[in-house]
Design a protein around this ligand. Sequence first.
Ligand code: FMN
Length: 247
Amino acid sequence: MKRREFILNSVWAAGGLALLNACKENQPLSTVSKGEYPMKVLMINGSCNEHGCTYTALNEVAGSLNAEGIETEIVQLGKNAYRDCIGCGACRKNMNSRCIFNDDIINAIIEKAEHSDGFVFGSPVYYAHPSGRLLSVLNRAFYAGGNAFAFKPGAAVVSARRAGTAGSIDVINKYFTINKMPVVSSTYWNMVHGNKPEDVLQDEEGLQTMRNLGKNMAWLLKSMEAAKKNGIALPDNEAGARTNFIR
Ligand SMILES: Cc1cc2nc3c(=O)[nH]c(=O)nc-3n(C[C@H](O)[C@H](O)[C@H](O)COP(=O)(O)O)c2cc1C
């Protein structure tokens, strides 16, 4: 069986197992899950507006996760400046998966990621891409501490007045898909619309999408936990081949 099929089958099998146990005990799955799965989802708000549109969307996802017994934390990037990765490679040589620049919250985020089970990265859309601050933070957090995120589910959430949402989601999803992370989806692409939180609160479909995203992430986290408890190990990925097309 190919690796991808194996992962998918494992996750589906685990979900089925949890469902089976729930049925055996004659309880709805949500009741079985409560308190039995002490898990945490770390969210990053890439907006400078701590309680703006992106926060409103993330908060809706958090509500769904909390209703499923899963803890959430929203890290606010706020109005601070974040330098981008300078590619010095120190994090991989002698910094033990930490960024050499220790004057902002990147290393704290990596440490939080080590103790988290899933991630939601949110951003306002700026000129049809995610905010530069979110990308600088993710570049450094993933380059230095990618292992802290690997094999844990991730989801992208974006907020825009009008356009650039799909491209922005794609950019955030790239961090997950190069780092062995299952990508969590919803009933629409994970976007809300508005310039102010009050606008977002009127975006009924956007908020519904956020609530369903939380439910889907809770389901995946519980399925993965059930898989782990039933002896399904993480895949043993091959390493070593690293080509640049000319040698
Ligand atoms: C610099 C800048 C660029 C923006 N570019 C876009 C854009 O390309 N498309 C769009 O629909 N909205 C754009 N907006 C509007 C924001 O994406 C929108 O107001 C967002 O919901 C704000 O989220 P926040 O309250 O979490 O910061 C831009 C706003 C700023 C400040």
